[in-house]
Each structure stands twice: as C-alpha cells, then as structure tokens.
Design a protein around this ligand. Sequence first.
Ligand SMILES: NC(=O)C1=CN([C@@H]2O[C@H](COP(=O)(O)OP(=O)(O)OC[C@H]3O[C@@H](n4cnc5c(N)ncnc54)[C@H](O)[C@@H]3O)[C@@H](O)[C@H]2O)C=CC1
Ligand SMILES: CC(C)CC(=O)C(=O)O
Ligand SMILES: [Mg+2]
Length: 367
Amino acid sequence: MHAEIVVLPGDGIGPEVTAAAVEVLRAVGYRYGHTFSFDTQLIGGAAIDATGEALPAATLAAAKRADAILLGAVGGPKWSDPKAPVRPEQGLLAIRKALGLYANLRPVTPHPAALGASPIKPHLLTGVDLVVVRELTGGIYFGDKTRDGDSASDLCRYSVTEIERVVRRAAALARSRRGRLTSVDKANVLETSRLWRETATRIVAEEFPDIQLEHQLVDSMAMHLLSRPREYDVIVTENMFGDILTDEASMLAGSLGLLPSASLGDTDGSGRIMGLYEPIHGSAPDIAGRGVANPYATILSAALLLRHSLGLADEAECVEKAVAAALDAGVFTADIAGSGGGVGSRQATDAVIEQLQLECRPVMMRD
Ligand SMILES: NC(=O)C1=CN([C@@H]2O[C@H](COP(=O)(O)OP(=O)(O)OC[C@H]3O[C@@H](n4cnc5c(N)ncnc54)[C@H](O)[C@@H]3O)[C@@H](O)[C@H]2O)C=CC1
Ligand SMILES: CC(C)CC(=O)C(=O)O
Ligand SMILES: [Mg+2]
C-alpha cells in the first residue's frame, strides 16, 4: 500500500524520537512492500519561531489530508514565559481539537526485561496489561481561562455527548479485551464528574451490558494504580485526570520513554480513522540534543499508527515484537539502564531495525 504520513517533530527531543520512528516505519514498509511518504510540518515552539503561530494553517491542512500523523512533543523553556502571547502546547491542543481526536489510548504493558527500571516491586508488575482511554478534546484544558488581578480561573466543562463517545470507545475496547472497564472521576466533589459517572453508567448499561463497569475516585485510583495495577483492564477518564494518571502509570513500565499513544477520532464514511500518534512524554528539554532520548515510545506509537490508521496489523505487531526483542537483548537507553549507563537513541533505533529483520516474516517471505 501507499500511505502519506505527516510528521510533526515539534521541540526538544521531539525531532530525535520522530526521526527514529520514521526510520523504523521506512524499514517495516520496505520489508512488507509498502511505500510510506513523510511530509514534515511545523508545530509548537518550532512553529512559533518560524511563523508566530503554534499551529500554522499549512500544518493543519497537511494533517487533514494525511493518512496518519506522527508527533514528537512540543514545549520548552524558550517558550515558557508566563506572559508569552502564545505557547507551544496550544498548538497541540488545537490540532487535537481541530481533528476531533477525542479518544487518547495509552496502553501500559510493562516489559519483563525492563521491570528493574520501575520503582514498583516486580511481583506487582508481572501480568500488568491495561489501557487508559483519556478524553482528549474537552474538560479544563479547553475551558475559558481568565486572569483578574490576583485571581485566575480555568473552566471545566463536559457535555453528555463528549462523555458518551469516549465511554463507548473505551467500552468497545474492553469488550475486545478482558471485559472490565474502570471509569475514573471525582464525583464526590465535581459536577462534571457526576455527569461523567451518570453517563458512563447509562451507556454501559444500555449498550455494553456484558461489560463489568466499576467507578473509582481519581485520588484513590492514583494509589491503586501502583498497589494493584494487574486488576485493571481498560480505564476511561477525563482529560486532565488521564494526563496525570498516565505519567504515573509510566512508572509501571519503568519510564515515560516507553509509553506510546494513539489519539483517535471517529471513522469517516470511507472507513478511515483520523489518528495522531505520539509518545506520552513531553519534549524533555533536560536531555534534548544529546542523542540519549529513549525512542521506543515513539516507535511503539508508530506501531499503533500502522494498526489503527493504516490497518496493517501484522506490520504493527512486527514493530512491537522488534522493540520487545531489543529490550530482551538488554538494549536500554539511560532512562531504563540507570546508574549512568545505557546506549544512545541511535543504537536503540538500530537495535529495533535489526530485530525487525529477525522478528518479521511478511507473507511473501514465508515458506
Ligand atoms: N505531548 C506533548 O507534547 C507534551 C509536552 N510537554 C511539554 O514538555 C516540556 C517538558 O515537560 P516535563 O514536565 O519536563 O515532561 P517530559 O515528559 O518532557 O519529561 C519528564 C522527565 O522524563 C524524561 N523523559 C521524557 N521522555 C523521555 C524519553 N523519551 N527518554 C528519556 N527520558 C525521557 C525527561 O528527561 C524528564 O526528566 C514542557 O514544555 C511541557 O509542556 C509535556 C507533556 C506532553
Ligand atoms: C502538553 C499538554 C498539552 C498535554 C500533555 O501533557 C499530554 O498530552 O500528555
Ligand atoms: Mg502529559
């Protein structure tokens, strides 16, 4: 097949990790006989520097035309002045909203070889396999913001429709997995959470009676996620809770540099799903430009791109197996290796590409 992929490197380590994922996509495409073309566009701080805007119109237009989008990360100290008229993060929020990417899937599956990188006891981590479905285009990140002298406010608003569609997506995912859905809210305090809980209960009862639904308050969820992570299957929650809980969940895997994500919209008339794929981490300014960033989260995001937007399940699995094999072989970047050790991004990417040759057997190459 031929696919057009828009690449949005962004800032900090974004260009480093997207370059790694593009190399892997080229390698897997070559192996399976696909041609992927890559159109690099500006977003975030890099876009502000070049155009004054965090999401230039040309970037959005290219993203709308593309078969899929791969993004690194945005932001950094250069653009973090509280008085700055525009911030890189606004570009990311804007593209998610403009493309209707309301469901952000963040799988968390600690790899056995990397358990030592986690601060959690290994016996709690074996068998952990969960997905957080984070609502991505509503809530407090998108509400009106005001600053009035010494006070400020951020409005958190959710509509029933916004909650229904993400809960449906999460419940359908749970149905394809172990049939368990945990909806996370703060319904003991917040009105938006009470609407969330009411809507999640109704949608599951009416449309997914086979799914086991439980509700969990976000504060105790933050604790249970670390004390009994194996019990969770699919977790659905609103935008900010999902953002925070998944950075926490990265500690189950051992590093932020290991968690990928898929931001998905609805399927269009031709069966195509709009998708943007990015690691859950940020631009990591503290390590940017040194060639030491862990590229695995972005490479695994590219695997999600192959699966969800291009319908290439075998190719996605091939990339995932290659990353797992690189980890099995002990190819750890510094964030996983610890104690000042570890290989650079270059070696980690090379290891994945090498493992691709061993792990993947396209149909045309099978006996
Ligand atoms: N999706 C995005 O574009 C996101 C952007 N950000 C932005 O990133 C900037 C930095 O934010 P932080 O809070 O520092 O979060 P961060 O995720 O960039 O970094 C947190 C810590 O994790 C480490 N880390 C992250 N990714 C890594 C990787 N692939 N390999 C090795 N180590 C890695 C960093 O070195 C740092 O010590 C901010 O401007 C923030 O707004 C933050 C989160 C998401
Ligand atoms: C940078 C923010 C807009 C969001 C964030 O932290 C994330 O999507 O993980
Ligand atoms: Mg985040």
